[in-house]
Design a protein around this ligand. Structure first.
Ligand code: SF4
Ligand code: SF4
Length: 434
Protein backbone atom coordinates (compact mmCIF):
# COMPACT_ATOMS: atom_id res chain seq x y z
CA UNK A 1 0.00 0.00 0.00
CA UNK A 2 1.13 3.56 -0.54
CA UNK A 3 2.70 5.44 2.34
CA UNK A 4 1.83 9.11 1.84
CA UNK A 5 4.50 10.22 4.29
CA UNK A 6 7.31 8.24 2.71
CA UNK A 7 10.36 10.11 1.41
CA UNK A 8 13.56 8.50 0.23
CA UNK A 9 15.62 11.64 0.90
CA UNK A 10 16.75 11.65 4.54
CA UNK A 11 18.94 13.63 6.87
CA UNK A 12 21.57 12.11 9.14
CA UNK A 13 21.51 14.59 12.07
CA UNK A 14 24.88 13.29 13.33
CA UNK A 15 26.58 14.45 10.13
CA UNK A 16 24.71 17.75 9.68
CA UNK A 17 26.80 20.82 10.61
CA UNK A 18 23.96 23.30 10.12
CA UNK A 19 26.00 25.05 7.38
CA UNK A 20 22.87 26.17 5.41
CA UNK A 21 24.35 25.05 2.03
CA UNK A 22 21.25 23.00 1.23
CA UNK A 23 18.85 25.69 2.41
CA UNK A 24 19.10 27.89 -0.69
CA UNK A 25 19.18 25.09 -3.23
CA UNK A 26 15.92 23.41 -2.31
CA UNK A 27 13.40 24.25 -5.08
CA UNK A 28 10.37 23.96 -2.80
CA UNK A 29 11.82 25.74 0.25
CA UNK A 30 11.48 22.50 2.20
CA UNK A 31 14.59 22.88 4.36
CA UNK A 32 15.03 24.85 7.59
CA UNK A 33 18.04 25.02 9.86
CA UNK A 34 17.08 25.32 13.52
CA UNK A 35 19.25 24.78 16.60
CA UNK A 36 22.27 24.12 14.39
CA UNK A 37 20.71 21.26 12.39
CA UNK A 38 18.83 21.07 9.09
CA UNK A 39 15.44 19.49 8.91
CA UNK A 40 13.18 18.69 5.98
CA UNK A 41 9.53 19.71 5.87
CA UNK A 42 8.11 16.41 4.57
CA UNK A 43 4.99 17.88 2.96
CA UNK A 44 7.11 20.11 0.71
CA UNK A 45 9.93 17.75 -0.23
CA UNK A 46 9.76 16.45 -3.82
CA UNK A 47 12.76 14.10 -3.44
CA UNK A 48 14.67 15.86 -6.21
CA UNK A 49 18.00 15.03 -4.56
CA UNK A 50 19.38 18.57 -4.96
CA UNK A 51 20.30 18.68 -1.25
CA UNK A 52 22.14 15.33 -1.53
CA UNK A 53 24.30 16.82 -4.27
CA UNK A 54 25.22 20.00 -2.41
CA UNK A 55 25.85 18.64 1.09
CA UNK A 56 29.62 18.49 1.62
CA UNK A 57 29.21 16.48 4.81
CA UNK A 58 27.06 13.74 3.23
CA UNK A 59 24.37 14.44 5.81
CA UNK A 60 21.63 14.04 3.20
CA UNK A 61 21.18 10.65 1.62
CA UNK A 62 18.69 8.55 -0.35
CA UNK A 63 17.18 5.55 1.33
CA UNK A 64 16.84 2.61 -1.09
CA UNK A 65 16.35 -1.13 -0.60
CA UNK A 66 19.45 -3.20 0.13
CA UNK A 67 20.24 -5.83 -2.50
CA UNK A 68 19.40 -8.59 -0.01
CA UNK A 69 15.72 -7.46 -0.15
CA UNK A 70 15.30 -9.41 -3.37
CA UNK A 71 15.42 -12.61 -1.28
CA UNK A 72 11.95 -11.83 0.09
CA UNK A 73 10.69 -13.40 -3.13
CA UNK A 74 11.17 -16.87 -4.56
CA UNK A 75 11.66 -15.39 -8.05
CA UNK A 76 13.37 -12.07 -8.64
CA UNK A 77 13.23 -9.90 -11.74
CA UNK A 78 15.64 -7.00 -12.33
CA UNK A 79 14.29 -3.88 -14.02
CA UNK A 80 17.37 -1.89 -15.10
CA UNK A 81 16.75 1.82 -15.75
CA UNK A 82 18.07 2.89 -19.18
CA UNK A 83 20.58 5.14 -17.37
CA UNK A 84 22.28 1.99 -15.98
CA UNK A 85 23.62 1.35 -19.48
CA UNK A 86 25.42 4.70 -19.40
CA UNK A 87 27.42 3.71 -16.32
CA UNK A 88 29.72 1.46 -18.34
CA UNK A 89 32.06 2.86 -20.96
CA UNK A 90 32.46 1.15 -24.34
CA UNK A 91 29.60 -1.25 -23.80
CA UNK A 92 29.11 -3.23 -27.03
CA UNK A 93 25.41 -3.71 -26.32
CA UNK A 94 22.90 -3.59 -23.47
CA UNK A 95 22.64 -7.40 -23.42
CA UNK A 96 25.95 -7.57 -21.56
CA UNK A 97 24.34 -5.76 -18.63
CA UNK A 98 21.24 -7.92 -18.70
CA UNK A 99 23.36 -11.08 -18.72
CA UNK A 100 25.42 -9.66 -15.84
CA UNK A 101 22.25 -9.12 -13.77
CA UNK A 102 21.17 -12.73 -14.36
CA UNK A 103 24.55 -13.93 -13.14
CA UNK A 104 24.17 -11.79 -10.03
CA UNK A 105 21.20 -13.91 -8.94
CA UNK A 106 18.14 -12.47 -10.70
CA UNK A 107 15.89 -15.05 -12.36
CA UNK A 108 14.88 -12.73 -15.16
CA UNK A 109 15.45 -9.21 -16.47
CA UNK A 110 13.09 -6.80 -18.18
CA UNK A 111 14.48 -3.57 -19.56
CA UNK A 112 12.78 -0.38 -18.44
CA UNK A 113 13.87 0.91 -21.87
CA UNK A 114 11.46 -1.68 -23.35
CA UNK A 115 8.82 -0.32 -20.93
CA UNK A 116 9.63 3.15 -22.33
CA UNK A 117 8.95 1.84 -25.85
CA UNK A 118 5.47 0.69 -24.77
CA UNK A 119 4.85 4.00 -22.98
CA UNK A 120 5.99 5.93 -26.08
CA UNK A 121 3.43 4.20 -28.24
CA UNK A 122 0.70 4.57 -25.58
CA UNK A 123 1.32 8.34 -25.20
CA UNK A 124 1.26 8.82 -28.97
CA UNK A 125 -2.06 7.00 -29.17
CA UNK A 126 -3.44 9.19 -26.34
CA UNK A 127 -2.29 12.35 -28.11
CA UNK A 128 -4.24 11.49 -31.24
CA UNK A 129 -7.56 12.11 -29.52
CA UNK A 130 -6.55 15.26 -27.66
CA UNK A 131 -7.69 18.80 -28.36
CA UNK A 132 -5.22 21.65 -28.70
CA UNK A 133 -6.19 23.22 -25.38
CA UNK A 134 -4.96 20.07 -23.62
CA UNK A 135 -1.42 20.76 -24.86
CA UNK A 136 1.34 21.00 -23.92
CA UNK A 137 1.41 17.55 -22.51
CA UNK A 138 3.93 17.38 -19.66
CA UNK A 139 6.02 14.24 -19.19
CA UNK A 140 5.48 12.25 -16.00
CA UNK A 141 8.75 10.34 -16.35
CA UNK A 142 10.59 12.32 -13.66
CA UNK A 143 8.56 11.98 -10.43
CA UNK A 144 10.41 14.94 -8.91
CA UNK A 145 8.97 17.18 -11.65
CA UNK A 146 5.46 15.79 -11.16
CA UNK A 147 5.71 16.54 -7.43
CA UNK A 148 7.15 19.98 -8.21
CA UNK A 149 4.03 20.67 -10.29
CA UNK A 150 1.82 19.49 -7.41
CA UNK A 151 3.55 21.89 -5.03
CA UNK A 152 4.30 24.95 -7.18
CA UNK A 153 2.24 24.72 -10.38
CA UNK A 154 -1.10 23.08 -9.45
CA UNK A 155 -2.78 24.67 -12.46
CA UNK A 156 -0.64 22.54 -14.76
CA UNK A 157 -1.62 19.20 -13.20
CA UNK A 158 -4.17 18.49 -15.93
CA UNK A 159 -1.36 18.62 -18.52
CA UNK A 160 0.62 15.77 -16.93
CA UNK A 161 0.75 12.60 -19.04
CA UNK A 162 -1.75 10.05 -17.71
CA UNK A 163 0.12 6.97 -18.91
CA UNK A 164 2.03 4.99 -16.27
CA UNK A 165 5.79 5.42 -16.03
CA UNK A 166 8.10 3.02 -17.91
CA UNK A 167 9.27 1.26 -14.71
CA UNK A 168 5.63 0.52 -13.77
CA UNK A 169 4.80 -0.79 -17.22
CA UNK A 170 8.00 -2.86 -17.26
CA UNK A 171 7.06 -4.41 -13.89
CA UNK A 172 3.50 -5.25 -15.01
CA UNK A 173 4.62 -6.89 -18.26
CA UNK A 174 7.65 -8.64 -16.72
CA UNK A 175 5.61 -10.20 -13.92
CA UNK A 176 2.79 -11.42 -16.12
CA UNK A 177 5.08 -12.85 -18.81
CA UNK A 178 7.30 -14.56 -16.22
CA UNK A 179 4.32 -16.15 -14.45
CA UNK A 180 2.90 -17.41 -17.74
CA UNK A 181 6.27 -18.79 -18.86
CA UNK A 182 7.08 -20.53 -15.57
CA UNK A 183 3.55 -21.32 -14.36
CA UNK A 184 4.07 -19.60 -10.99
CA UNK A 185 1.90 -17.30 -8.87
CA UNK A 186 2.42 -13.51 -9.04
CA UNK A 187 2.87 -13.40 -5.25
CA UNK A 188 6.08 -15.44 -5.63
CA UNK A 189 7.64 -12.91 -8.04
CA UNK A 190 9.35 -9.66 -7.03
CA UNK A 191 10.32 -6.89 -9.49
CA UNK A 192 13.23 -4.64 -8.50
CA UNK A 193 14.06 -1.39 -10.22
CA UNK A 194 17.74 -0.43 -10.46
CA UNK A 195 17.36 3.25 -9.67
CA UNK A 196 19.42 6.34 -10.49
CA UNK A 197 17.61 8.48 -7.92
CA UNK A 198 15.63 8.96 -4.73
CA UNK A 199 12.58 10.27 -6.62
CA UNK A 200 11.90 6.87 -8.21
CA UNK A 201 12.24 5.12 -4.85
CA UNK A 202 9.65 7.50 -3.41
CA UNK A 203 7.43 6.94 -6.46
CA UNK A 204 7.39 3.21 -5.64
CA UNK A 205 6.53 3.59 -1.94
CA UNK A 206 4.34 6.64 -2.36
CA UNK A 207 3.03 6.43 -5.95
CA UNK A 208 1.54 9.32 -7.90
CA UNK A 209 -1.43 8.55 -10.15
CA UNK A 210 -2.07 5.05 -8.82
CA UNK A 211 -2.85 3.32 -5.52
CA UNK A 212 -0.05 0.81 -5.59
CA UNK A 213 3.18 0.42 -7.51
CA UNK A 214 3.77 -2.76 -9.52
CA UNK A 215 7.44 -2.50 -8.50
CA UNK A 216 8.43 -4.28 -5.28
CA UNK A 217 11.58 -2.37 -4.45
CA UNK A 218 14.40 -0.15 -5.72
CA UNK A 219 18.11 -0.88 -5.52
CA UNK A 220 20.54 1.96 -5.89
CA UNK A 221 22.76 1.98 -8.98
CA UNK A 222 25.64 2.91 -6.71
CA UNK A 223 25.13 -0.24 -4.65
CA UNK A 224 24.96 -2.54 -7.63
CA UNK A 225 27.65 -0.93 -9.77
CA UNK A 226 30.74 -2.71 -8.40
CA UNK A 227 29.15 -6.16 -8.35
CA UNK A 228 27.76 -5.77 -11.85
CA UNK A 229 31.04 -4.42 -13.25
CA UNK A 230 32.72 -7.64 -12.02
CA UNK A 231 30.17 -9.77 -13.84
CA UNK A 232 30.35 -7.84 -17.11
CA UNK A 233 33.88 -8.97 -17.86
CA UNK A 234 32.86 -12.58 -18.30
CA UNK A 235 30.42 -12.38 -21.17
CA UNK A 236 30.76 -12.19 -24.93
CA UNK A 237 29.46 -9.02 -26.52
CA UNK A 238 27.28 -10.65 -29.17
CA UNK A 239 24.43 -11.50 -26.80
CA UNK A 240 20.92 -10.64 -27.92
CA UNK A 241 18.95 -10.33 -24.67
CA UNK A 242 18.22 -6.63 -25.15
CA UNK A 243 14.97 -5.98 -27.00
CA UNK A 244 14.59 -2.24 -26.42
CA UNK A 245 14.76 0.16 -29.34
CA UNK A 246 17.31 2.95 -29.53
CA UNK A 247 14.43 5.31 -28.66
CA UNK A 248 13.72 3.43 -25.42
CA UNK A 249 17.42 3.46 -24.49
CA UNK A 250 17.48 7.18 -25.30
CA UNK A 251 15.05 7.94 -22.44
CA UNK A 252 18.16 7.86 -20.20
CA UNK A 253 19.22 11.24 -21.62
CA UNK A 254 17.15 14.39 -21.31
CA UNK A 255 15.39 14.86 -24.65
CA UNK A 256 15.16 11.13 -25.41
CA UNK A 257 11.53 10.88 -24.45
CA UNK A 258 10.57 14.04 -26.36
CA UNK A 259 12.24 12.75 -29.55
CA UNK A 260 10.43 9.43 -29.28
CA UNK A 261 7.01 10.80 -28.33
CA UNK A 262 6.77 14.04 -30.23
CA UNK A 263 9.71 14.97 -32.46
CA UNK A 264 8.09 18.25 -33.48
CA UNK A 265 7.00 21.13 -31.24
CA UNK A 266 8.47 19.54 -28.14
CA UNK A 267 10.95 20.88 -25.63
CA UNK A 268 13.28 19.07 -23.23
CA UNK A 269 14.84 20.90 -20.29
CA UNK A 270 17.10 19.60 -17.54
CA UNK A 271 18.05 20.94 -14.10
CA UNK A 272 15.31 21.82 -11.66
CA UNK A 273 15.79 25.61 -11.82
CA UNK A 274 15.58 25.59 -15.64
CA UNK A 275 12.47 23.42 -15.49
CA UNK A 276 10.87 25.87 -13.05
CA UNK A 277 11.51 28.75 -15.49
CA UNK A 278 9.85 26.88 -18.37
CA UNK A 279 6.89 25.78 -16.24
CA UNK A 280 6.39 29.44 -15.31
CA UNK A 281 6.28 30.27 -19.01
CA UNK A 282 3.80 27.48 -19.72
CA UNK A 283 1.66 28.67 -16.82
CA UNK A 284 1.72 32.21 -18.20
CA UNK A 285 0.66 30.92 -21.61
CA UNK A 286 3.89 32.06 -23.27
CA UNK A 287 4.61 28.77 -25.04
CA UNK A 288 1.42 28.43 -27.03
CA UNK A 289 2.81 26.21 -29.82
CA UNK A 290 4.38 23.71 -27.49
CA UNK A 291 2.89 20.21 -27.76
CA UNK A 292 5.10 18.17 -25.45
CA UNK A 293 7.35 19.17 -22.56
CA UNK A 294 9.92 16.88 -20.98
CA UNK A 295 11.50 18.17 -17.78
CA UNK A 296 14.20 16.35 -15.80
CA UNK A 297 15.28 17.36 -12.33
CA UNK A 298 18.84 16.17 -12.97
CA UNK A 299 21.40 17.69 -15.29
CA UNK A 300 21.47 15.71 -18.52
CA UNK A 301 18.44 13.63 -17.45
CA UNK A 302 18.53 10.37 -15.49
CA UNK A 303 22.20 9.80 -16.43
CA UNK A 304 22.86 12.66 -14.00
CA UNK A 305 20.80 11.12 -11.17
CA UNK A 306 22.22 11.38 -7.63
CA UNK A 307 22.65 7.59 -7.33
CA UNK A 308 24.61 7.12 -10.56
CA UNK A 309 28.30 6.25 -10.60
CA UNK A 310 29.62 7.66 -13.86
CA UNK A 311 30.08 11.35 -14.69
CA UNK A 312 26.74 12.38 -16.25
CA UNK A 313 28.34 13.86 -19.38
CA UNK A 314 30.35 10.70 -20.07
CA UNK A 315 27.27 8.57 -19.41
CA UNK A 316 25.31 10.70 -21.89
CA UNK A 317 27.90 9.96 -24.57
CA UNK A 318 27.86 6.24 -23.73
CA UNK A 319 24.07 6.17 -24.13
CA UNK A 320 24.34 7.88 -27.51
CA UNK A 321 26.91 5.29 -28.65
CA UNK A 322 24.74 2.44 -27.40
CA UNK A 323 21.70 3.81 -29.20
CA UNK A 324 23.54 3.35 -32.51
CA UNK A 325 23.93 -0.37 -31.73
CA UNK A 326 20.30 -0.86 -30.74
CA UNK A 327 17.19 -1.52 -32.82
CA UNK A 328 16.75 1.72 -34.79
CA UNK A 329 13.06 1.27 -35.52
CA UNK A 330 10.52 3.55 -33.85
CA UNK A 331 8.47 2.00 -30.99
CA UNK A 332 5.33 2.47 -33.16
CA UNK A 333 6.73 -0.22 -35.46
CA UNK A 334 8.02 -2.52 -32.72
CA UNK A 335 5.45 -2.44 -29.89
CA UNK A 336 2.49 -4.69 -30.64
CA UNK A 337 -0.90 -2.95 -30.51
CA UNK A 338 -2.11 -5.74 -28.20
CA UNK A 339 0.06 -4.31 -25.38
CA UNK A 340 -2.14 -1.23 -25.33
CA UNK A 341 -5.26 -3.26 -24.60
CA UNK A 342 -3.80 -6.17 -22.60
CA UNK A 343 -2.32 -3.96 -19.88
CA UNK A 344 -3.86 -1.14 -17.84
CA UNK A 345 -1.39 1.49 -19.03
CA UNK A 346 -3.33 4.54 -17.93
CA UNK A 347 -3.01 5.99 -14.45
CA UNK A 348 -5.99 5.32 -12.23
CA UNK A 349 -5.76 7.98 -9.54
CA UNK A 350 -6.24 11.71 -10.00
CA UNK A 351 -3.14 13.76 -9.28
CA UNK A 352 -4.08 16.45 -6.77
CA UNK A 353 -2.38 19.72 -5.74
CA UNK A 354 -0.10 19.62 -2.73
CA UNK A 355 -1.32 22.34 -0.40
CA UNK A 356 1.90 22.52 1.64
CA UNK A 357 2.50 26.09 0.40
CA UNK A 358 -0.98 27.31 1.45
CA UNK A 359 -1.12 29.48 4.56
CA UNK A 360 -4.55 28.19 5.54
CA UNK A 361 -7.33 26.07 4.06
CA UNK A 362 -9.86 28.73 5.01
CA UNK A 363 -9.68 31.49 2.39
CA UNK A 364 -10.50 34.35 4.81
CA UNK A 365 -7.93 33.14 7.31
CA UNK A 366 -5.39 32.65 4.51
CA UNK A 367 -5.89 36.29 3.42
CA UNK A 368 -5.48 37.52 6.97
CA UNK A 369 -2.26 35.56 7.31
CA UNK A 370 -1.03 36.87 3.96
CA UNK A 371 -1.52 40.47 5.15
CA UNK A 372 0.37 39.64 8.33
CA UNK A 373 3.13 38.04 6.24
CA UNK A 374 3.46 41.09 3.96
CA UNK A 375 3.74 43.41 6.93
CA UNK A 376 6.44 41.22 8.53
CA UNK A 377 8.35 41.08 5.22
CA UNK A 378 8.47 44.92 5.21
CA UNK A 379 10.03 44.93 8.67
CA UNK A 380 12.81 42.47 7.75
CA UNK A 381 16.19 43.58 6.35
CA UNK A 382 15.70 41.78 2.98
CA UNK A 383 19.25 40.33 2.82
CA UNK A 384 18.02 36.75 2.24
CA UNK A 385 21.16 35.65 4.08
CA UNK A 386 19.69 32.46 5.59
CA UNK A 387 21.22 33.04 9.02
CA UNK A 388 17.73 32.81 10.57
CA UNK A 389 17.52 29.22 9.29
CA UNK A 390 14.93 29.97 6.58
CA UNK A 391 15.97 30.23 2.91
CA UNK A 392 14.75 33.83 2.34
CA UNK A 393 13.36 36.74 4.36
CA UNK A 394 9.95 35.97 2.86
CA UNK A 395 9.97 32.31 3.94
CA UNK A 396 11.17 33.50 7.37
CA UNK A 397 8.13 35.79 7.57
CA UNK A 398 5.98 32.82 6.56
CA UNK A 399 7.57 30.71 9.32
CA UNK A 400 6.73 33.46 11.83
CA UNK A 401 3.11 33.55 10.65
CA UNK A 402 2.91 29.76 10.96
CA UNK A 403 4.32 30.02 14.50
CA UNK A 404 7.55 28.19 13.67
CA UNK A 405 9.93 31.12 14.25
CA UNK A 406 10.10 34.48 16.01
CA UNK A 407 11.53 37.76 14.75
CA UNK A 408 14.42 37.43 17.17
CA UNK A 409 15.70 34.43 15.15
CA UNK A 410 16.88 37.05 12.63
CA UNK A 411 20.44 37.88 13.60
CA UNK A 412 20.19 41.42 12.17
CA UNK A 413 17.00 42.26 14.09
CA UNK A 414 18.52 40.75 17.22
CA UNK A 415 21.65 42.90 16.74
CA UNK A 416 19.55 46.05 16.30
CA UNK A 417 17.50 45.21 19.39
CA UNK A 418 20.67 44.65 21.43
CA UNK A 419 22.03 48.01 20.21
CA UNK A 420 18.80 49.77 21.29
CA UNK A 421 18.91 48.05 24.68
CA UNK A 422 22.57 48.98 25.19
CA UNK A 423 21.78 52.59 24.28
CA UNK A 424 18.89 52.64 26.75
CA UNK A 425 21.12 51.26 29.52
CA UNK A 426 23.73 53.92 28.87
CA UNK A 427 21.04 56.62 29.05
CA UNK A 428 19.61 55.08 32.23
CA UNK A 429 23.08 55.00 33.84
CA UNK A 430 23.58 58.67 32.89
CA UNK A 431 20.24 59.75 34.46
CA UNK A 432 20.97 57.80 37.66
CA UNK A 433 24.40 59.54 37.98
CA UNK A 434 22.83 62.99 37.52
S1 SF4 B 1 15.19 16.43 -1.92
FE1 SF4 B 1 14.84 18.35 -3.04
S2 SF4 B 1 12.85 19.07 -2.30
FE2 SF4 B 1 13.55 17.53 -0.81
S3 SF4 B 1 14.62 18.71 0.77
FE3 SF4 B 1 16.18 18.04 -0.72
S4 SF4 B 1 16.36 19.77 -2.14
FE4 SF4 B 1 14.43 20.06 -1.02
S1 SF4 C 1 15.78 13.21 -13.83
FE1 SF4 C 1 15.70 10.99 -13.67
S2 SF4 C 1 17.26 10.53 -12.16
FE2 SF4 C 1 16.79 12.70 -11.90
S3 SF4 C 1 15.18 12.81 -10.31
FE3 SF4 C 1 14.15 12.73 -12.31
S4 SF4 C 1 13.75 10.55 -12.68
FE4 SF4 C 1 15.29 10.68 -11.08
Amino acid sequence: MEDKRYHSVRLDPEKCKGCTNCLKRCPTEAIRVRAGRAHIIDERCIDCGECIRVCEYHAKYAQTDPLATINRFKYKIALPAPSLYGQFKKLANASQILEGLLHMGFDDVFEVAAGADIVTRAIRERMRGMSTDEFPLISSACPAITRLIQVRFPELISHIVDVRQPMEVAAMVAKREFCQKRGVAESEVGCFFITPCAAKMTAIRNPIGQEKSAVDGAISMLEIYGLLAGHLKNYPSELTLSKATSYGVGWANNGGEAVAVCPENSMAVDGIENVIRVLEEIENNKLRDLVFFEGAACTGGCVGGPLTFENGYIARGSIRALMKNSDLRHPDEVVKASYLTKYALQTTKKITPNSAMKLDDDIVEAMRKMEQLESIVKSLPGYDCGSCGSPTCRTFAEDIVRGHATKMDCIHILKDQLKIMAQKMVELAKTTRE
